[in-house]
Design a protein around this ligand. Structure first.
Ligand SMILES: [Zn+2]
Length: 307
């Protein structure tokens, strides 16, 4: 299902080598990038908005995650020293095999582009382009300017201003905006789900939420359960913290917790947010998870005036 159809059309009309897709987290940038890569290589009859047919050999290979002409490069979380905060980075080792000392990347951009496309066009998707290190970005410049075999670069970033200017200046920009609620609703219904109001509100127009409905539903349920347990008593709050620890997914739970307490008074919300930030920092610093979750539950109880 193509949710950002007009963008596929725009990308189709684009004759350059590099597009910078910007938009908030989980708005659907990666899905747009896959759809562009699919359209560029599709060998069947394309749809009304130029979208890929979905049934040709190229489309099937892409759907199976085995397309020879599409490479997705994403940052790795690196640990600087000991317990120092982990930093996301796309290192030069992602571009050049000889610089990938620790064999972090299976395929390297430079070598990937030396090979002719099997279908129509090689596409390199760089997710989290704001995490491109200066060395990696420099190594990419020549490739972006004159890509072998007319390859296409798709850089994805939340904010254009946090991407290195050398990349921004060589890319045309494509903004990926949140969708209207009714589009999210009908997408849910078309994929056989219930379009419940809470889910639609949580999605706030972000198509990326649709890609992990189980994860999102689970996180919302866990957040609600914690919220209910906080008021019951200290013991029940600590038990809920333990359950939350076991199920905690950094991708969804922090947001689900904030969503659950969105209608509380501002001062309560601010203190609960602080407690959540402290929990996330503690987890990133490898503090004891069970203790961190207990402290978190106690702090949120206090934030809501329940202790
Ligand atoms: Zn096709």
């Amino acid at each position: 299902m193509i949710l950002h159809a007009s963008l596929i059309e725009q990308a189709d009309a684009f004759s350059g080598n590099a597009l910078l897709l910007t938009g908030p987290a989980r708005v659907g940038k990666l899905a747009v990038a896959w759809a562009i890569a699919a359209a560029q290589n599709c060998q069947g009859a394309r749809g009304m908005d130029g979208e890929a047919c979905g049934v040709c050999r190229s489309c099937l290979a892409l759907a199976a995650g085995a397309h020879p002409d599409v490479l997705l490069v994403e940052p790795r979380a690196t640990t600087a020293t000991g317990k120092a905060a982990r930093r996301k980075l796309i290192p030069i080792g992602a571009v050049l095999r000889e610089r990938d000392k620790t064999r972090e990347y299976e395929t390297h951009i430079y070598e990937f582009l030396e090979v002719r496309p099997s279908f129509a066009r090689r596409v390199v998707i760089v997710g989290g382009a704001e995490h491109l290190g200066p060395e990696a970005a420099n190594a990419l410049l020549k490739l972006v300017e004159e890509p072998p075999h007319r390859a296409l670069f798709l850089f994805l970033a939340e904010d254009r201003r946090s991407v290195l200017p050398t990349i921004v200046s060589r890319s045309a920009r494509l903004g990926v905006a949140p969708l209207p609620d009714h589009t999210i609703e009908s997408a849910l219904i078309r994929s056989g789900h219930e379009a419940d109001a809470e889910l639609v509100a949580f999605a706030a127009g972000r198509a990326g939420v649709l890609a992990d409905l189980d994860g999102v539903r689970g996180a919302l349920e866990d957040a609600r359960e914690l919220d209910n347990s906080l008021g019951v008593g200290l013991l029940s709050a600590l038990e809920a913290a333990e359950r939350l620890e076991k199920r905690f997914d950094p991708a969804w739970h922090p947001e689900a917790l904030r969503f659950t307490w969105r209608q509380r008074p501002a001062h309560e919300r601010a203190r609960a947010d602080t407690a959540l930030d402290a929990l996330q920092s503690a987890l990133e610093a490898y503090a004891s998870p069970s203790l961190s979750f207990q402290v978190f539950a106690l702090n949120v109880r206090e934030a809501f005036g329940l202790s």
